[in-house]
Design a protein around this ligand. Structure first.
Ligand SMILES: NC(=O)c1ccc[n+]([C@@H]2O[C@H](COP(=O)([O-])OP(=O)(O)OC[C@H]3O[C@@H](n4cnc5c(N)ncnc54)[C@H](O)[C@@H]3O)[C@@H](O)[C@H]2O)c1
Length: 324
């Protein structure tokens, strides 16, 4: 029942899918606030107490290092799980979670929320229709001028990493999902903290990453993300794909964290395809809740997509010499 937990709970309540039976947080005031929002729900302290209740599924929105172990515990109890991103600190942890979800046969989802923006959905349609021809390059950017305001984000043991695992996860998910490609090779990567190289063995996390990657089909990808960058705006977000017949550019509007637009570009001209408003934040969670309600099981295609992201993140950390 922290920041995103409360926001996603609200989205689930507004969508009126299923029943919120209980909310858990070790901070009693956070648990009580969640229970008050979901009328008739119980406030409990932890996952163990949740697992003693008769539930169909669990939504996890805790500090990132807890995601894998809490997902495993819930799946082992036969529950469906929806977890905040990142689903794990490493590809090895992610594999263990996905293998358990497969055995449990229950819906498993991760809050890779940007793919459910109207702009990303339209971008995928346009790509499938061949609007920009063969994609040969991509520009991925997510600079957050503020960065996290909670200490656990800055502690590698509790977060799994810095801005790469926090923001880069979304960028890599968009790219891999849009291209339908599960492999990226790392050509170069620089990870910095306060403008200097991360000290070996340090528990500090990176706040700036620049990486050059290549897709299996040979497209060149530039990825940059950061916290606390003097960007002159709250946020700079871009996912642009360049193709032989034009480009598709998904960008945020006026520094917003929430408003996105999609343009098709050709030479020096541009055509606006999607613009705000678009209330996208809770869609990935609601998709999962609907799958659960319909009695659906584990989705192997989604699992392959989920596994691809931590593999690339591991490779970037390895290339950057970050010991984890
Ligand atoms: N999908 C997205 O776009 C998106 C956006 C924001 C945050 N997130 C992710 O959501 C997660 C939470 O981020 P946040 O900003 O809400 O953090 P937060 O610190 O505000 O919230 C975490 C909450 O978890 C509680 N908690 C700690 N240990 C717990 C335990 N063992 N069991 C149950 N609850 C426990 C804390 O008391 C706190 O209320 C992070 O992993 C972050 O990466 C995802």
């Amino acid at each position: 029942m922290g920041w995103i937990g409360r926001i996603r709970l609200q989205a689930l309540l507004e969508a009126d899918i299923g029943t919120v039976v209980a909310v858990a947080d070790p901070d009693p005031s956070a648990a009580a606030a969640g229970a008050a929002a979901a009328d008739g729900s119980l406030a409990v302290a932890d996952l163990d107490e949740l697992l003693r209740l008769d539930l169909d599924g669990v939504v996890i929105a805790t500090p990132s290092a807890l995601h894998a172990e809490q997902s495993l515990a819930a799946l082992d109890h036969g529950l469906a799980v929806f977890c905040q991103k990142p689903m794990a600190r490493s590809a090895t942890e992610a594999e263990a979670v996905l293998a358990t979800a497969r055995r449990a046969g229950r819906p498993f989802g991760v809050d890779l929320s940007y793919r459910r923006t109207a702009a990303a959905q339209r971008m995928q349609q346009e790509l499938r229709q061949g609007r920009i021809g063969r994609v040969f390059a991509a520009q991925l950017t997510f600079h957050n001028a503020y960065g996290p305001d909670k200490q656990w984000f800055l502690d590698r043991h509790r977060s799994g990493g810095g801005c790469l695992i926090d923001l880069g996860t979304h960028l890599l998910d968009l790219l891999l999902w849009l291209l339908g490609d599960e492999r990226l090779r790392v050509e170069a990567a620089t990870l910095l903290q306060a403008g200097a190289k991360l000290a070996n063995g340090s528990n500090a996390v990176e706040d700036f990453v620049a990486a050059q990657l290549t897709t299996a089909s040979g497209a060149a990808v530039q990825l940059a993300c950061s916290w606390f960058l003097p960007a002159g705006l709250d946020c700079l977000f871009e996912c642009t794909l360049f193709g032989t017949e034009g480009s598709l550019a998904l960008t945020n509007v006026d520094g917003s964290f929430h408003d996105f637009r999609l343009e098709w570009r050709h030479g020096t001209s541009a055509q606006l395809l999607v613009s705000p408003p678009d209330d996208w934040g809770g869609r990935t969670l609601c998709d999962w809740a609907l799958r659960l309600q319909r009695g659906e099981g584990f989705d192997p295609e989604l699992a392959a997509e989920l596994h691809a992201i931590p593999k690339v993140i591991d490779a970037i950390y390895r290339y950057g010499g970050v010991q984890r």
